[in-house]
Design a protein around this ligand. Structure first.
Ligand SMILES: [Fe+2]
Length: 257
């Protein structure tokens, strides 16, 4: 029986919480206005996670516009992973936007306020590469299974560092649970159920993903890990996750704005 979900509003309960915002599938410029509206309503978070598909069709020239929109409301750290709309061959073009910490099958430990956050970021994997990927991307099956092993290793290493909170950020879903509402036949090409085993094994505090634009089940639990589909077109708002600092042992709570 998980200890949550429960909606915690930090100020109402007087809790000192690490508060992070998460959003993906902005497909700038398509949903930029929606992002702007949502940011206008949300505030007071210490970290922003971008779960891929930040721009449309690998148009990295949209990044300054996206970042300016975020910066109009928020000045703190931004962490991102690539989506399927940000191509591997353009990774360096995205890394040029240095105010964003890009995690591409990588992990980082950060101090946020007085909390230590361990974060692993990746585009993620699919159980079945899309038709286009099967035809055009050499070794894609192997890439996806290697990525599963890579994230397993990163989480194992991260656990040894004992951060206060451990979060995973991917574009693709790590379970089908948060894809409910999408066509069931498409789920294997939208996520990778193999990650469920890793979630059960490592129990990160949260796993944030996007890509499920039509999902109607935005959160799910595997053990004590909350999985959050932060897709902007699905939720029509950014997601806010709170991790009470003074209850590190009992771990995170979840709220949305
Ligand atoms: Fe996507």
């Amino acid at each position: 029986m998980p200890l949550y979900p429960m909606v915690i509003i930090k100020k109402a309960l007087g809790l000192d919480a690490l508060r992070m915002a998460a959003v993906g599938d902005i497909h700038c410029p398509r949903y930029l206005e929606l992002l702007q509206e949502s940011l206008r309503k949300a505030s007071d978070f210490e970290l922003m996670l971008l779960a891929g598909d930040l721009v449309l069709r690998n148009d990295s020239s949209q990044m300054p516009r996206l970042l300016q929109t975020i910066r109009d409301f928020y000045k703190g750290p931004i962490i991102a992973c690539l989506g399927n709309e940000e191509f591997d061959e353009s990774l360096q073009a995205y890394r040029k936007f240095k105010e964003v910490l890009w995690l591409h099958d990588e992990a980082e430990v950060l101090k946020i306020g007085n909390s230590i956050l361990g974060i692993v970021g990746s585009r993620g994997s699919l159980d079945r590469p899309t038709f286009w990927q099967r035809k055009n991307v050499r070794g894609i099956w192997e890439t996806y299974s290697k990525r599963l092993r890579r994230i397993d290793d990163l989480l194992e290493d991260m656990k040894a560092k004992k951060p206060d909170f451990m979060v995973v950020l991917t574009h693709y879903a790590p379970t089908y649970k948060t894809l409910l509402g999408e066509k069931e036949g498409a789920w294997p090409e939208m996520g990778c159920k193999g990650f469920e085993t890793l979630i059960a094994k490592h129990q990160p505090d949260a796993w944030i993903h996007a890509h499920g634009h039509a999902s109607i089940q935005h959160e799910a639990f595997i053990g004590r890990t909350i999985i959050v589909n932060a897709s902007l077109p699905a939720r029509r708002q950014i997601s806010i996750l709170e991790f009470p600092r003074d209850q590190v042992a009992s771990k995170s709570s979840y709220a949305k704005v």
